[in-house]
Design a binder for this molecule. Structure first.
Ligand SMILES: NC(=O)c1ccc[n+]([C@@H]2O[C@H](COP(=O)([O-])OP(=O)(O)OC[C@H]3O[C@@H](n4cnc5c(N)ncnc54)[C@H](OP(=O)(O)O)[C@@H]3O)[C@@H](O)[C@H]2O)c1
Length: 285
C-alpha cells in the first residue's frame, strides 16, 4: 500500500472543506492532503462500502491516486485512511449530484481522471406489484440515471486526454433478469446496454469501457435493501475478489468481466435457448 498521508475531505459543491459540528476535532477534519498528480487517478463511487471500498483500496495499493465518493463521510475516511485519497462525499441521487461530484473531482486532480469506477448502487427485492413507486424511482435513479450522468460529466476530460477507462458495475441480474428484483434487473440491464453502446462510440479515442458483472457479493447491499440473500447458489463471493477483477480489467484493458467467471453461462444459455433456460430456472431456481 502506498502511504502518503491521510484522506482529505472536500465539499462537493464548493470544493472546500466543510465545517460541521461533530465528534472529530476541526484540525483533523480540516487536514487536507494535496493529491499526487504524478500518478494515475481513479475516481471510485460507492467507496464507502463493499465493492467500491475494496476497489479503492486495491487501486491505492497499486500506487494510484484515489478520489473516493459516497454519502457516508466517516466511512469514506476509513477507506481513505493511510492513503493520499481525496474524500468527496456526494449524493448521486440528488439532481446535481453527478455533475457536482465530477466537477469537484476534476478540480481536485487538475482535470485528470484515468479510471472512473462507478460502483455506487442500491437494490430492492420483493414482488414488483408491491414495489412502491418511489422505490422504483430510487433504484433507477441511483443505479442507472446517476451512473450515466456521472459518466457523461467525466468522459470529456478522458477523451480530451486520449486515455482512460470507465468501469461500470453491472450485475448478473442485468444479464438474465432475477425474479423479485425486476427493477434492479432492468437498471443493471440498462447499464450493460449502455456499456456496449458507449464502447462502440469511444472506439479510437483511447478511452475504454469495462462492464463488471458480479454474482452475489458478501457486502452490506442485502442488509441495506432490507432482504437478505436467500439462495443457496451461487454462493456470495468477497468484495476483494471483485476489486481484484476490476484492477485486472483496468490494467489489462478488459471489456467484460464476470465474477466468478462461470457466470457467463446463464446469459449464454438464455441467449441461445431461452425456453430451455426458463425450464431450468423453474426446476433449479
Ligand atoms: N453485493 C452484491 O451481491 C452485488 C452483486 C452484483 C452487483 N452489485 C453492485 O455492486 C455495486 C456496489 O454494491 P455493494 O455490494 O458494494 O453494496 P454496498 O456495500 O451497499 O455499497 C453501495 C455503495 O453505494 C453507495 N451509494 C448508495 N446510494 C448512493 C447515493 N444516493 N449517492 C452516492 N452513493 C450511494 C453507498 O454509499 P453511502 O452508503 O455512503 O451512500 C455505498 O458506498 C452496486 O452497483 C451493486 O448494484 C452488488
Amino acid at each position: 500500500m502506498t502511504h502518503t498521508g491521510s484522506g482529505s475531505t472536500y465539499d462537493p459543491e464548493t470544493g472546500a472543506v466543510p465545517r460541521r459540528v461533530g465528534t472529530r476535532s476541526s484540525a483533523a477534519r480540516e487536514r487536507r492532503v494535496t493529491p499526487r498528480r504524478d500518478r494515475r487517478v481513479a475516481l471510485v463511487t460507492g467507496a464507502s462500502s463493499g465493492i467500491g471500498a475494496a476497489t479503492a483500496r486495491r487501486f491505492a495499493a497499486g500506487g494510484w491516486q484515489l478520489v473516493v465518493s459516497g454519502r457516508d463521510r466517516r466511512a469514506l475516511e476509513e477507506t481513505a485512511a493511510g492513503t493520499s485519497a481525496v474524500v468527496l462525499p456526494a449524493d448521486l441521487a440528488a439532481p446535481d449530484g453527478p455533475r457536482l461530484l465530477a466537477e469537484s473531482a476534476l478540480r481536485a486532480t487538475g482535470g485528470r481522471i484515468d479510471a472512473l469506477v462507478a460502483g455506487a448502487g442500491i437494490g430492492w427485492a420483493g414482488p414488483f406489484v408491491t414495489m412502491p413507486p418511489t422505490a422504483i424511482d430510487q433504484v433507477l435513479n441511483v443505479d442507472l440515471t446517476a451512473t450515466l450522468r456521472l459518466v457523461r460529466e467525466v468522459l470529456p476530460a478522458m477523451v480530451e486526454a486520449g486515455r482512460g477507462r470507465v468501469v461500470l458495475v453491472g450485475s448478473v441480474a442485468g444479464c438474465v433478469g432475477v425474479r423479485n428484483e425486476a427493477v434492479y434487473s432492468a437498471a443493471k440491464s440498462g447499464v450493460a446496454a449502455f456499456a456496449e453502446a458507449l464502447r462502440q462510440e469511444l472506439r479510437g479515442t483511447g478511452v475504454g469501457v469495462t462492464l463488471v458483472t458480479p454474482g452475489p457479493v458478501d457486502t452490506a447491499f442485502f442488509d441495506r435493501r432490507g432482504t437478505p440473500y436467500q439462495r443457496s447458489r451461487p454462493r456470495p463471493t468477497s468484495p476483494g475478489r471483485v476489486a481484484g477483477a476490476v484492477w485486472d480489467a483496468v490494467r489489462l484493458g478488459r471489456d467484460d468481466v464476470y465474477v466468478p467467471g462461470w457466470l457467463t453461462l446463464p446469459g449464454r444459455v438464455r441467449g441461445i435457448a431461452p425456453s430451455l433456460y426458463r425450464r431450468l430456472l423453474h426446476r433449479f431456481g
